[in-house]
Design a protein around this ligand. Structure first.
Ligand SMILES: [Zn+2]
Ligand SMILES: [Zn+2]
Length: 222
């Protein structure tokens, strides 16, 4: 029997548009820009400032996105984790492929968090373009084809390349290929933008190691 599989179909990857809309989430919700589930006895992530442009001192990261496994089972959660927390250092950084905020991922087991931090530390100075507004998420699931890559905030799918030609990233820890995991967008398909701006109104893409998501990530701002 002849199997007709178009190249198009073979190149489809599962993707989820986060589809942010204004809302009032808690630390128990998936969201952008709301309060994060952070235990009182764990040090808050800090950027040492070494890559700041212009140079400045250390600053706390800002809780930017958190995604629970129950809402986003498509994410590559490692064993024991049910919550992905994405932090941004909201200053310009001069990184190899990213003139923009720096990114830190935390893969957490939410069931082990009992007492929460009282107040999230705030940076002494921030680039307004990198500070998210507060949004809840109404995800839209779809198969994304290379010929029609969404530029919206999403998990999975293909990388939206704007200014730069496609780059293949390798894990700095183990050499495995890294995969497109999260894209934060300047513009949403819905028109309800988060009001952050990456690159020339483009995207901030986060690549994770296909072998171990806790390995070093790659950040690409395009
Ligand atoms: Zn920083
Ligand atoms: Zn690796």
């Amino acid at each position: 029997m002849l199997r007709l599989v178009s190249t198009e179909a073979e190149r489809a990857r599962p993707a989820v548009l986060l589809n942010p809309i204004e809302g009032d989430p808690t630390d128990a919700d998936s969201h952008i820009g709301g309060p994060v589930l952070w235990p009182i006895d764990e040090p808050w992530p800090t950027c040492d400032g070494a890559a700041h442009d212009p140079a400045s001192g250390a600053e706390p990261f800002v809780g930017a996105v958190q995604l629970y496994r129950r809402d986003f089972p498509e994410l590559p959660f490692p064993d024991g984790a049910d919550l992905l927390q994405v932090f941004l250092c909201t200053l310009h950084h001069d990184l190899p492929h990213a003139h923009g905020p720096d990114v830190r991922l935390v893969w957490r087991d939410s069931t082990t968090v009992f007492e929460l931090i009282e107040e999230e530390p705030e940076p002494s100075v921030q680039e307004e373009a990198y500070v998210p507004t507060v949004n809840v998420l109404e995800p839209i699931r779809f198969a994304e084809r290379e010929s029609k890559v969404s530029g919206g905030t999403k998990i999975g799918g293909w990388t939206p390349w704007w200014q730069s030609a496609p780059i293949e990233f390798e894990c700095a820890d183990c050499g495995a290929a890294q995969r497109q995991t999260l894209s934060l967008a300047t513009h949403e398909p819905s028109g309800d933008d988060v009001e952050w701006v990456f690159g020339r109104e483009g995207n901030l893409n986060v690549f994770t190691c296909a072998e171990d998501v806790r390995h070093s990530i790659a950040v690409h701002v395009d």
